[in-house]
Design a protein around this ligand. Structure first.
Ligand SMILES: [Zn+2]
Length: 452
């Protein structure tokens, strides 16, 4: 992977996403040693041009690398399998994972997902799956900034024959990876309905003692809300708060069903929320009260959820959906302006992960996590309002260059350090294996057949 010492990006429409939301037309940006050292509205003429790489953005939008706050990278070879079936989690997903998920599958499926992330302008991802050690190897190879949560559930899982075996796996995984430059290991209790109170507390204690984040699905399922109402007379958010589980280190995915009390608790405890609009509406679950959360000051970022739920891991298309659905729900065209959505995809996501001190905006001192958009496609012209163009018009085909800590992962849409055909052919092998699973026939999924 190329590691230039210094990069000058010139002739750029820069969305800084700083506190003033400065936008620079014809701006320039200079990086050194993986950090941004200058961002300016005009031309930067560096005195020292040694070891300087100059990139002409040709008027394209230069923005902070996007942050995907919730996904399951290792599920990309399950995409489009059993879409729209009822009770898919228990009837299809859990049995399928038990039958087929291995360290090897997770490695290649994660690498496959990570190429999708890079192509879509994502530079930081928060993953939650099994065999996180394999995800970490894939993220290290791909070069993204990654938060990787080992899943903990109350039943045997693909990497742990014992219920709650994920806790022991996480303990080892955290020790092995916690000093990595770009990778932050984490604990991921699956959800309040699959992890009981004592184990939730054990996960919290592990995260706190190791100083790593914790992530979980929260207030996501109608049955989850009913179950907690019946057992505890309250919501999962309130119950977890009573257990002392919620704090600044927690990123809660979904939070579709929240009332004012839930939201006040999330705010008070400093919990970050991962808003997965595309997955939530595809499953017809509901729409999280994100405008209310933002008004209260809860840090909210965008998440694609896994490729079986989302189904893409493309935040550019997701941004349009987020804006449109919130406006439709409120019958108010101003309910979710494009600049607020771009904020959630960048600095908002960084706040949710508590890494806004190092990434999420283009400001001197921050890491050089940068995306350059090409604006030559018809949908990207003209640019009266760059936020509108991004939210309502852009797609991954418009992402030209992506860098993380000043390392160029993709340039001119090429990712030289990853062998795409090798990843695809390994994916093909797993796909054939999944198609041949007797379990699929038992589930009435005979329509699945090998294809090239
Ligand atoms: Zn999820």
């Amino acid at each position: 992977m190329e590691t230039p010492q210094r990069i000058l990006i010139k002739n750029a429409l820069i969305l800084t996403m700083n506190a003033r939301k400065d936008v620079f037309y014809g701006g320039s940006l200079l990086t050194e040693g993986g950090k941004i050292i200058r961002v300016e509205p005009g031309e930067i003429v560096p005195e020292d041009v040694r070891n300087l790489r100059v990139i002409d953005a040709r008027g394209g939008i230069v923005m902070p690398g996007m942050i995907n706050t919730h996904t399951h990278l290792g599920m990309s070879f399950f995409r489009s399998l059993a879409d729209d079936r009822k009770d898919r989690l228990r009837k299809v997903l859990f049995p399928l994972e038990k039958a087929v998920v291995t360290d090897d599958l997770v490695y290649w499926a994660s690498l496959h997902s990570l190429t999708e992330m890079i192509q879509g302008g994502v530079t930081t991802v928060f993953d939650m799956y099994y065999f996180e050690e394999a995800v970490a190897r894939a993220a290290d190879r791909a070069g993204l900034r990654a938060f990787l949560g080992e899943t903990v559930v109350d039943s045997p899982s693909p990497d742990s024959p014992e219920p709650y075996g994920g806790i022991a796996y996480a303990r080892k995984f955290i020790k092995a990876w916690k000093d990595h430059d770009l990778i932050t290991p984490a604990v991921a209790p699956h959800a309040p309905y699959t992890v009981d109170g004592p184990h939730m507390i054990e996960c919290r204690d592990l995260a706190r003692s190791e100083g790593v984040p914790m992530t979980l699905h929260l207030n996501e399922m109608p049955f989850e809300m009913e179950q907690f109402q019946k057992e505890y007379g309250t919501s999962p958010v309130v119950r977890l708060d009573e257990l002392g589980v919620l704090d600044e280190g927690v990123v809660a995915a979904h939070c579709i069903f929240t009332d004012q009390r839930d939201r006040e608790i999330l705010k008070e405890r400093g919990v970050g929320v991962a808003h997965n609009m595309a997955a939530n509406i595809k499953a017809a679950k509901g729409v999280a009260a994100v405008p209310e959360m933002l008004e209260l000051g809860i840090p909210v970022g965008l998440g694609s959820d896994g490729p079986m739920s989302g189904n893409t891991q493309d935040l550019l298309s997701l941004m349009g959906t987020v804006s449109q659905v919130h406006k439709l729900v409120r019958l108010d065209p101003q309910a979710m302006p494009p600049s607020a959505v771009v904020e959630m995809a960048t600095i908002g996501g960084a706040r949710a992960l508590h890494i806004d001190g190092i990434t999420g905006s283009l400001e001197p001192g921050k890491r050089a996590d940068i995306v350059i958009m090409d604006h030559s496609s018809p949908a990207m012209f003209p640019v009266y309002d760059p936020y509108s163009v991004l939210v309502y018009g852009a797609s991954p085909r418009d992402v030209d260059t992506v860098m993380v800590e000043g390392r160029i992962l993709m340039e001119n849409r090429k990712i030289p350090h990853l062998d795409m055909s090798e990843i695809r052919s390994r994916g093909q092998e797993f796909y054939q294996k999944i198609c041949a699973l007797p379990a699929l026939n038992e589930l009435g999924l005979q329509a699945v057949r090998p294809q090239n």
